[in-house]
Design a protein around this ligand. Structure first.
Ligand SMILES: Cc1cc2ncn([C@H]3O[C@H](COP(=O)(O)O)[C@@H](O)[C@H]3O)c2cc1C
Ligand SMILES: O=C(O)c1cccnc1
Length: 353
């Protein structure tokens, strides 16, 4: 399937990058600590250096973008909550009262909300970006969730948002989402693109009970049966994605094009990345995996994209909450790389032998 743009993402696995990686490794290893003692922070520091093509990364204007959209499949009763929660939560984000707002304030990130396709007309508001593709997707249990043109529009809008963010001077961005029934979309993407059985890919989302889970499985099996295996990320988004997921995928691609650090949130954000990586695998080089969600299927999703999460806090919320919580760790990784003394500069004796 074609799309409106071909992402131009620099792979960070080239020979030139291998040389920089070796220099970064040396810089990390000569800090005043036992070899490897900063664990996963060292992995993050290495990634930051590669993303920014420098030994001294500088992180600026950290933002979280919350993409919101509605889902036709919500009408099949696959969520524990009604569809109106999507637009009501958008209002809550704009008023600063949602979990992501409180956590973002706690760690010093700014929040932007993107209406990618919510079934509601929003007035202008500070922090709200109007990018509505349509007021909700079609029911993917019955038909493709969106048209090719809609999918293209969502991808292109997401990409444009990140190019604008880069122009603004932002170089680290967390992605979150809001959309009742979007765990269904994410499970279908995982099933179709990574071949993970539906039994493993489907979870309780907002907390459906046993009867609700049985119903969700039945609906998603029906949706999955509409198509064969899918290897094309755009096609998978068109068949099963939400507008917020497709726009987030475009944003992740756009952020990688502009060499921004991408903080990946939970189950749904990871499904956007899974689709993005089927469009341009190099997008993975720019990602820091924030956490492992408690949503069943996220472990399999992380495995599918090769992500090692920093945190495992039993979060199962979305909104970008996990990604926001990883920001202090990412900042800390840059701080140790930039600020710690080396054995030589501090006059500390290195490892014996
Ligand atoms: C009040 C409320 C706030 C949320 N914030 C994120 N989600 C999360 O739950 C939804 C996905 O779960 P499901 O597929 O079961 O509908 C998404 O909106 C996701 O962001 C929320 C859900 C609710 C109810
Ligand atoms: O991990 C997530 O992103 C998630 C899990 C459950 C419900 N909403 C989002």
């Amino acid at each position: 399937m074609t799309m409106a743009f071909i992402p131009e993402i620099t792979s960070l696995h080239t020979a030139a990058q291998a040389e920089l990686a070796a220099r970064l490794r040396h810089k990390i290893d000569t800090k005043t600590k036992p070899l490897g003692a900063l664990g996963q922070l060292e992995t993050v520091a290495l990634r930051l250096g590669l993303v920014q093509n420098t030994l001294s990364p500088a992180l600026r204007d950290p933002r979280v973008y919350v993409f919101a959209g509605d889902h036709g499949i919500a009408h099949e009763g696959v969520s524990a909550y009604p569809q109106d929660v999507s637009w009501q939560m958008v209002m809550n984000f704009l008023a600063g009262g949602a979990a992501v707002n409180a956590l973002a304030r706690a760690v010093g990130m700014s929040v932007r909300v993107v209406d990618a396709g919510v079934n509601h007309d929003f007035a202008n508001a500070p922090g709200l970006i109007h990018a509505k593709v349509a007021p909700g997707t079609a029911n993917s249990a019955e038909q493709p969730a969106m048209t090719a043109a809609q999918c293209d529009a969502a991808l292109a809008q997401g990409r444009a948002l990140m190019h604008q963010a880069a122009e603004d001077g932002c170089n680290v961005v967390a992605f979150g989402e809001m959309g009742i029934a979007n765990t269904s979309a994410a499970s279908l993407l995982l099933h179709k693109l990574a071949g993970v059985p539906l039994d493993v890919a489907v979870g309780r989302g907002t907390g459906v009970d046993d009867a609700g889970l049985a119903r969700k499985r039945e609906v998603l099996a029906r949706a999955a049966a509409r198509t064969g295996a899918l290897t094309d990320g755009v096609e998978a988004l068109r068949e099963y994605g939400g507008f917020e997921i497709a726009m987030m995928a475009g944003a992740m691609l756009g952020a990688a094009e502009r060499r921004m650090v991408v903080l990946v949130d939970g189950f749904i954000a990871s499904s956007a990345l899974l689709a993005a990586r089927h469009i341009a695998p190099a997008v993975l080089d720019y990602c820091v995996f924030a956490h492992r969600s408690a949503e069943a299927g996220h472990a399999a999703m992380l495995q599918a994209v090769g992500g090692e999460p920093l945190l495992a806090l039993d979060l199962r919320l979305g909104e970008g909450t996990g990604a926001v919580l990883a920001w202090p760790l990412v900042k800390a990784a840059a701080a140790f790389l930039n600020e710690m003394a080396s054995f030589e500069s501090a006059g500390v004796a290195g490892k014996e032998g």
